[in-house]
Design a protein around this ligand. Structure first.
Ligand SMILES: [Cu+2]
Length: 166
């Protein structure tokens, strides 16, 4: 009957797809760290390394942590002499690609509305949600803040206070 013939290829594709998603985790997240916050600072930034060890492109689509009310994906870039930061909807990670987040440039995970100040030596879990790989949990270790002691450089001083009206 016509109905079954039409639907057979669709079903096969669906089965193939679900078989694919049960394969071993292809996204690796590690080396997570955050900078200690000062005083009543409400936001912090966390940095992780993400490696796509799979054969398909993926994307980081959201993140969450019990340490913050909200986690946003941000990117920074120099525009002339000004460091600009903006929120990203998602971060593409191609098959085989490795993304290393670092303070001062590129991407970071913005911890909005910290529940407690981040103290050096503390750690907290962070869950990254990938379009294909799903949820990957990692541990973030808090490191000494860049601003403790010496005056910070322009890039560190930028520290996310004035760019977060959204
Ligand atoms: Cu930010």
């Amino acid at each position: 009957m016509k109905f079954t013939q039409l639907f057979a290829p669709v079903l096969t594709l669906a089965l193939l797809f679900s078989a694919g998603t049960t394969l071993a985790q292809s996204i690796r997240v590690d080396q997570g760290f955050a900078r200690a916050t000062m005083g009543k600072q409400m936001h912090g930034a966390a940095y992780v390394q993400i490696e796509n060890q799979g054969k398909t492109d993926d994307a980081l689509v959201s993140a969450s942590s019990p340490a913050a009310a909200k986690v946003e994906l941000h990117t920074m870039s120099m525009e002339g002499d000004v460091m600009k930061m903006r929120a990203l909807d998602q971060l593409e990670i191609k098959a085989g690609q490795k993304i290393e987040m670092k303070p001062g440039a590129g991407h970071h995970l913005m911890l909005m509305g910290l529940k407690n100040p981040l103290k050096a030596g503390d750690s907290f879990p962070l869950t990254l949600n990938f379009r294909k790989a799903g949820k990957v949990e990692t541990q973030i270790t808090v490191q000494e803040g860049a601003m403790s002691g010496k005056p910070a450089s322009g890039a560190d001083m930028h520290d996310h206070e004035h760019h977060h009206d959204h």
